[in-house]
Design a protein around this ligand. Structure first.
Ligand SMILES: Cc1cc2nc3c(=O)[nH]c(=O)nc-3n(C[C@H](O)[C@H](O)[C@H](O)COP(=O)(O)OP(=O)(O)OC[C@H]3O[C@@H](n4cnc5c(N)ncnc54)[C@H](O)[C@@H]3O)c2cc1C
Ligand SMILES: NC(=O)c1ccc[n+]([C@@H]2O[C@H](COP(=O)([O-])OP(=O)(O)OC[C@H]3O[C@@H](n4cnc5c(N)ncnc54)[C@H](OP(=O)(O)O)[C@@H]3O)[C@@H](O)[C@H]2O)c1
Ligand SMILES: *[C@@H]1O[C@H](CO)[C@@H](O)[C@H](O)[C@H]1NC(C)=O
Ligand SMILES: *[C@@H]1O[C@H](CO)[C@@H](O)[C@H](O)[C@H]1NC(C)=O
Ligand SMILES: *[C@@H]1O[C@H](CO)[C@@H](O)[C@H](O)[C@H]1NC(C)=O
Ligand SMILES: *[C@@H]1O[C@H](CO)[C@@H](O)[C@H](O)[C@H]1NC(C)=O
Ligand SMILES: CC(=O)N[C@H]1CO[C@H](CO)[C@@H](O)[C@@H]1O
Length: 727
């Protein structure tokens, strides 16, 4: 009896068949039938010893049919239940039992079997030398104890599926709610959503960073983090709202994998308590791990439809992607651990651990653990391209391993969904590249910044705040032609401009190349546009805050809204503020600054430039205290002409309409003054703040805005649109 049970378990054990309650009758009857002396049937070589007699030998099949009838007798929907059980036999016999059975013959076969039937006691009187040649009516009491065990066993799978559904609903509901509030920003009555509870919620939950760090890496060891081994613990911290979503998700994962286990003293199917426990845990965590896959792959893609639907940034989804991956790997590790213990107790470890199914599962888990380790901020921020390549290769190893692990036992829908989502993202990316084409772009080194001008096809529609991935298809710069880097664009006329600040990777190579060549025509591919078209139309006041090289996005908004205002006759307050260290650090953007000045004849936009480190320089060189906003008549000529004339020597005189402050601005005061001005001018319907700049600046502004929302009482609604992204 024990050995026979062992056989059942061994067959359904390694991967954990998806047992549903439908299959309960089938497994109960077949298990009980296995405890009889053997039937007069020798399974053909290589066939499944467990299923093939019941599929190929008439008396054994008859035994099952009689058992089904007995189990379903007196039940209201007997026909339906019988039909389900017949379906299960036909299915298993087709897949594993080596016989294609027609369920329409089952009723006739049952009738025939009843003519020859033996009682169980009679059958037990047989022994090995005289095998059973007739159908047997199994003892219903014992069959029902199996049914009990199976229903617990199958019930565990049902719990796992229910929790998977709950997790899916969790994402739908949270992201849906966030999405609704983001989309309301398109409408003017968004600006009525303020005061009391709403402000407190936004001030303490929706807006602020968790600990002052969001885009700046944070180290849990504080100051120690500067030293080598501690540097490994640098990490990016989600905002408060994102942290809450992540926390809720983790709670759901923990609850899903820990409740709903019913252990019996002795389970007919699994045996003792510890065996039941390990087996249930293994099945549950295995399915839950698989259930994470679609969201994991969806959230990691550039063309995630949810980015569009929720209005959340790609980097928010990357945060969720990271946490889902961690949960998934932990669940998979628990699954592996529990199965290992289970097979060890059953004494099958040596055998089972050599099966391909086990080996592929192991491969997937190892790939998963490696991904988590190689993706830490330390590696990602230093060797992004290497990180990405290794990440993709390991993800492939992982998903193929997961697929093969489950190939013979089911659950493939999760892996198909994941691979589908991934493939779709790739196809979408190729389509985006194809739509832009691969034009030749002009690369120019302009005061230390690389300015790229790319002719744009007419049908390609950029929008303020969007970014693209730039591929440089020129082996002389880099042979890694597949490398793509995200850059914010500014588009004017039929040209797309990108301004690249030199870092240490591809941008460094490009910089070195241009140092020699100065100006160069290189073929590029552009993948985009990506990012949101921030809906600033519904706000009366717009504050565009840029820091350093982050200026193209806010500037694009500025030009766009200036055009809109001029053509539609809007009255709005638009403030363009650029914070930069030195005046010389403005020169690379001189052409654009002048273009704004020329376009904005009536000073519709208030234009401020803060030079945070200029003062020290100025004190050393001159005592130039000319009032910043004295107008120079240079304005009348076109910016292109002016550009040609002042190239290389852009000075404060040329920027007559800009207020140039040689100080570090207090962002809080800056926002207050914008609010006060709006109050005075009667533009009370909302303030949109668009920020892009260095990580410290953006984090500071986030917290300042959160504070303002909480303390500015019944003043107007303030919304923050961050354009910086770090992942
Ligand atoms: C949405 C967005 C818009 C951006 N817009 C601009 C812009 O207009 N002008 C500008 O100068 N910079 C911009 N950046 C930053 C720019 O993408 C990086 O500076 C550039 O990719 C660095 O390339 P590198 O090989 O020289 O980097 P490295 O010196 O190798 O790395 C520098 C930093 O950039 C990160 N990084 C590198 N490659 C990528 C990548 N493919 N995707 C995401 N992060 C990466 C690294 O993690 C590291 O933190 C933007 C970034 C994002 C995410
Ligand atoms: N969408 C995107 O993700 C995106 C888009 C474009 C660019 N970028 C990246 O963003 C970065 C741009 O930053 P950068 O390095 O060019 O900037 P930067 O030169 O360091 O300039 C930032 C300026 O902001 C000031 N500043 C910082 N914190 C401040 C605060 N709390 N209050 C007031 N002023 C503050 C600094 O003043 P001090 O001198 O006093 O420190 C400095 O003048 C680049 O790395 C670029 O690649 C990203
Ligand atoms: C009827 O059942 C007996 C015993 O199981 C079997 O030997 C015989 O082949 C069956 N006949 C038909 C027509 O299925
Ligand atoms: C069905 O009813 C018959 C007679 O009422 C009874 O003998 C039999 O045990 C019942 N079967 C089940 C499975 O309850
Ligand atoms: C097996 O059964 C046969 C007849 O049914 C009987 O003669 C024999 O002794 C039995 N053998 C054993 C080991 O019980
Ligand atoms: C079925 O088995 C139980 C215990 O295993 C026993 O008490 C009962 O008498 C059996 N019934 C028949 C019909 O053999
Ligand atoms: C929020 C957002 O970006 N919505 C966009 C989703 O995609 C459609 C069609 O591409 C756009 O029209 C929406 O603006």
């Amino acid at each position: 009896m024990k050995q026979v049970l062992g056989l059942v378990i061994c067959l359904i054990a390694p991967g954990g068949l998806a047992l549903s309650r439908k299959e309960s009758n089938f497994f109960s009857c077949i298990s009980q039938s296995q405890s009889l002396p053997p039937f007069d049937f020798v399974p053909p070589r290589g066939s499944n010893e467990f299923f093939s007699p019941h599929c190929q030998y008439e008396p054994a099949l008859g035994t099952l049919l009689i058992c089904f009838h007995d189990l379903t007798a007196n039940q209201t929907k007997q026909d339906q239940l019988l039909h389900d059980s017949y379906g299960v036999i036909a299915d298993y016999c087709g897949r594993l039992g080596g016989a294609d059975l027609d369920i329409h013959t089952f009723e006739r076969r049952y009738q025939n079997a009843t003519k020859y039937v033996l009682s169980e006691n009679e059958a037990r009187a047989y022994n090995l030398s005289t095998p059973i040649r007739f159908p047997v009516r199994l003892n219903l009491t014992t069959v029902l104890t199996y049914a009990d065990s199976f229903s617990l066993f199958a019930g565990n799978f049902a719990w796992a599926y229910d929790f998977s559904t709950i997790m899916c609903m969790f994402w739908v509901v949270t992201l849906g709610l966030i999405g609704i509030f983001n989309h309301i920003k398109h409408f003017r009555w968004n600006n009525k959503l303020k005061g009391g509870m709403i402000d407190s919620f936004r001030s303490y939950i929706a807006l602020p960073t968790l600990n002052g760090n969001h885009f700046q890496p944070w180290n849990m060891f504080g100051a120690l983090g500067k030293w080598a081994p501690f540097k490994l613990f640098d990490s990016l911290i989600p905002t408060t709202q994102e942290s809450i979503v992540v926390l809720l998700y983790c709670i759901i994962v923990i609850v899903s994998s820990s409740v709903g286990y019913t252990l019996q003293d002795q389970n007919a199917l699994l045996g003792a308590k510890d065996l039941q426990y390990y087996r249930y845990l293994a099945d549950r965590t295995g399915i839950l791990a698989f259930a994470q896959l679609p969201a994991l792959f969806l959230f990691g893609g550039r063309n995630n439809i949810l980015i569009n639907l929720t209005g959340l940034q790609f980097n928010t989804f990357i945060i969720f992607h990271k946490w889902i991956s961690r949960a998934m790997v932990i669940l998979a590790a628990l699954h592996a651990y529990a199965f290992r213990e289970y097979t060890i107790i059953r004494g099958q470890y040596e055998k089972v651990s050599q099966e391909t199914l086990w080996l592929f599962g192991r491969q997937a888990l190892e790939a998963g653990i490696l991904i988590i380790l190689q993706a830490i901020y330390f590696f990602r921020s230093r060797w992004y391209e290497l990180f990405l390549a290794v990440h993709i290769i390991l993800a492939l190893v992982f998903i193929v391993g997961a697929y093969l692990h489950c190939k013979s036992i089911g659950y493939l829908e999760w892996t198909y969904a994941s691979m589908g989502v991934w493939a779709l993202d790739r196809v979408w990316r190729l389509m985006k590249i194809y739509r832009f084409g691969t034009p030749k772009a002009t690369f120019k080194l302009h005061f230390g910044t690389i300015v790229v001008s790319i002719p744009k096809p007419d049908h390609w529609k950029p929008y303020p705040g969007c970014f693209v991935y730039l591929y440089i298809l020129s082996p002389s710069v880099s042979w890694k032609l597949w490398e793509s880097h995200p850059f914010t664009i500014y588009s004017v006329g039929n040209e797309v401009r990108i301004y690249i600040k030199k870092k240490d990777g591809m941008t460094q190579k490009l910089y070195d190349y241009l140092l020699a060549a100065r100006e160069s025509q290189l073929r590029v591919a552009i993948e985009g546009p990506y990012g949101h078209a921030s809906s600033l139309e519904s706000y009366d006041n717009i504050l565009l805050l840029a820091g350093g090289n982050g200026v193209p996005g806010p500037y694009y908004h500025c030009m766009h809204h200036l055009e809109q205002a001029q053509s539609k006759g809007w009255r709005k307050n638009i403030h363009f503020v650029w914070i930069s260290p030195y005046f010389t650090a403005l020169r690379w953007f001189g052409r654009e600054l002048l273009a704004l000045q020329t376009k904005d004849q009536h000073n519709y936009v208030s234009k401020d430039i803060y030079l945070t480190r200029e003062n020290k320089l100025v004190q050393k060189t001159s005592s130039d205290t000319r009032p910043a906003n004295s107008r120079t008549p240079l304005i009348s000529i076109s910016s292109e002409e002016l550009m040609a004339r002042v190239m290389g020597q852009l000075s404060e005189e040329h920027l007559a309409d800009y207020h140039i402050h040689k100080m570090r601005p207090d962002v809080s005061k800056l926002i207050s003054s914008v609010l006060d001005e709006a109050e005075v001018e009667g533009h009370r319907s909302g303030l949109a703040i668009v920020v892009c700049g260095s990580d410290i600046l953006v984090d500071t502004i986030r917290d300042v805005v959160a504070h303002k929302v909480g303390t500015s009482g019944n003043q107007m609604r303030i919304d923050l649109f961050e354009e910086l992204q770090v992942w």
